[in-house]
Design a protein around this ligand. Structure first.
Ligand code: C2O
Ligand code: CU
Ligand code: CU
Length: 502
């Protein structure tokens, strides 16, 4: 693929980090740890799964204990496995000293169990949603969605993966042995101080949101996974607060994208580089049959974007030189010949994806993401205290997120076309309670890798991104759905709106 669009980011900041993106002093002696594989919590039988939300410690850097948050563990949470046509019973227990809302990102569920900011669990309390899973196989995730705190809590560790299975995907010979040839890969970036503690500040984040300096994969820096000599499925989740990554391999090998946010694509798409925006999931198949290690790079899009394709290939040439000490490898897959491998060819057809007819689309809505809101906000009560005043300076369609205002009312079961654009820079726009089909991205027809079910679409100030969507569940005024920018600092600063479905 080529980066043929102008990738205009917010020019005012980001350059300080661009010169030293990989925290070298701390990592000079780095020996690859094993890739942490989160425990699998099997919810397929409907038995309740307990998730204790707590503060903890995690060792990202040898010799340092970092204060973190997690679900049942120090940092991040277990992978929840569920299945189409089953009931997922969760039991969240909030042991933090603050409230927390936990959203199931990508789930087609009613607003009452969606885990938006109205469903904040007070400290010490329990929330037990019973969730009917009716959607096809997909990689989803759960993460903090606490009002004004999604950024800080997710950054500290409140995120985990959720895998939905179904009969159709089971019938295909795709790698599906969790932790062996089917690996959860949660990509984030963090900044550590000299004591190895996480650095984060909503108010000090630039316009781009909070960029960390060091990439962590499942909470490990540059880890190593031992995999069979065959097809390996990576369930990539961009769980970063703000960073867009370009995923590629040091040897420029071809990999196949088989699924995006909402499930399998029509057919596998061969790629050598792939952008992944905050909140997005991409399942890829890496063929390890040649026995050679695969070094995955997660380049910072804001670094490579200036000279686009030229710079990217320049960087890749540089990394091809194995002597280069600063090769920004974020994950190495190494073959273990002792593991049974899956060498079946990839299915040519993965899923049927039916688009609505134009005549079925009953209405169009437009969303303009606004980076700077003016003083009209200052008088509202919400901004009485200093903290939330500072927080609410971004918006959508001229208004900042207000918990008491329903911005849109949508009719259940009706196809709509949503058009999204920003007044400055790129933003990953996300909608709760649905998956949608993308038609255009930044004014251009959606490329094949986006022609599956999605719940995040990237938009910018050049052209509209458009998708068609239908909501099949309800959300009332007490627990409305959200649409928002998935740069979590933008969300926390008000680039979010609420809608009901009835
Ligand atoms: Cu992943 Cu409203 O969030
Ligand atoms: Cu969501
Ligand atoms: Cu944004």
């Amino acid at each position: 693929m080529t980066f043929n669009r102008s990738r205009r980011r917010f020019l005012a900041q980001g350059f300080a980090l661009a010169s030293a993106p990989y925290c070298l002093p701390l990592l000079a002696q780095h020996v690859s740890p094993d890739l942490p594989i989160p425990d699998l919590l099997d919810g397929r039988s409907g038995d309740p799964l307990t998730l204790e939300i707590r503060s903890g410690q995690w060792s990202f850097i040898p010799g340092f204990k970092t204060h973190t948050m997690g679900f049942n563990q120090g940092f991040l949470g277990p992978t929840i496995r569920t299945r189409k046509n089953s009931e997922l019973n969760l039991h969240y227990l909030n042991k933090l000293n603050e409230g927390v809302a936990v959203h199931g990102h990508g789930l087609h569920v009613p607003g009452s169990v969606d885990g938006g900011p109205h469903l904040e669990i007070p400290q010490g309390e329990v929330w037990s949603p019973s969730i009917s899973i009716v959607q096809p196989a997909a990689t989803c995730w759960y993460h903090s969605h606490t009002h004004h705190k999604s950024g800080s809590q997710t950054y500290r560790g409140l995120a985990g993966m959720m895998i939905i299975d179904d009969d159709d995907s089971d019938a295909m010979d795709l790698p599906s042995r969790y932790g062996i040839d089917d690996l959860p890969i949660i990509i984030q970036d963090k900044t550590f101080d000299e004591q190895g503690q996480l650095v984060y500040s909503l108010y000090d984040a630039g316009h781009d949101g909070w960029f960390g300096e060091t990439v962590v994969i499942n909470g490990a820096i540059n880890p190593l996974a031992r995999v069979p000599a065959g097809k390996v499925r990576l369930r990539l989740l961009n769980g970063a607060n703000a960073r867009f990554y370009i995923v590629t391999f040091a040897d420029n090998r071809v990999f196949h994208k088989i699924a995006s946010d909402g499930g399998l694509l029509k057919s596998p798409v061969p790629l050598t580089t792939m952008e992944i925006a905050p909140g997005e999931r991409c399942e890829i198949i890496v063929d390890m049959a040649d026995g050679k290690p695969a070094e995955m790079l997660t380049l910072f899009e804001d670094d490579v974007d200036q000279d686009e394709q030229g710079l990217l290939s320049g960087m890749l040439n540089l990394f091809a030189d194995s002597e280069s000490a600063s090769k920004p490898v974020s994950l190495t897959l190494r073959v273990d010949p002792g593991l049974a491998s899956n060498t079946a060819p990839l299915p040519e057809n993965l899923a049927d994806i039916a688009r609505p007819l134009e005549s079925e689309i009953e209405r169009t809505r437009e969303f303009l993401l606004t980076m700077e809101m003016n003083d009209e906000n200052e008088s509202t009560e919400e901004h009485a205290d200093q903290a939330s005043h500072a927080a609410m300076d971004m918006g959508i369609n001229g208004v900042s997120m207000n918990m008491d205002v329903i911005n849109e009312r949508v009719e259940k079961g009706v196809w709509e076309r949503w058009r999204v654009k920003s007044d400055m820079g790129e933003h990953p726009f996300h909608v709760h309670g649905c998956s949608f089909l993308v038609e255009t991205v930044e004014g251009e027809p959606a490329p094949p890798r986006h022609q599956g079910w999605k719940d995040v679409v990237v938009t910018d100030d050049d052209g509209w991104s458009e998708f068609v969507v239908r909501f099949d569940h309800t959300a009332d005024e007490q627990t409305p759905y959200m649409y928002h920018c998935h740069i979590l600092e933008h969300e926390d600063r008000g680039m979010m709106g609420q809608f009901t479905v009835a």
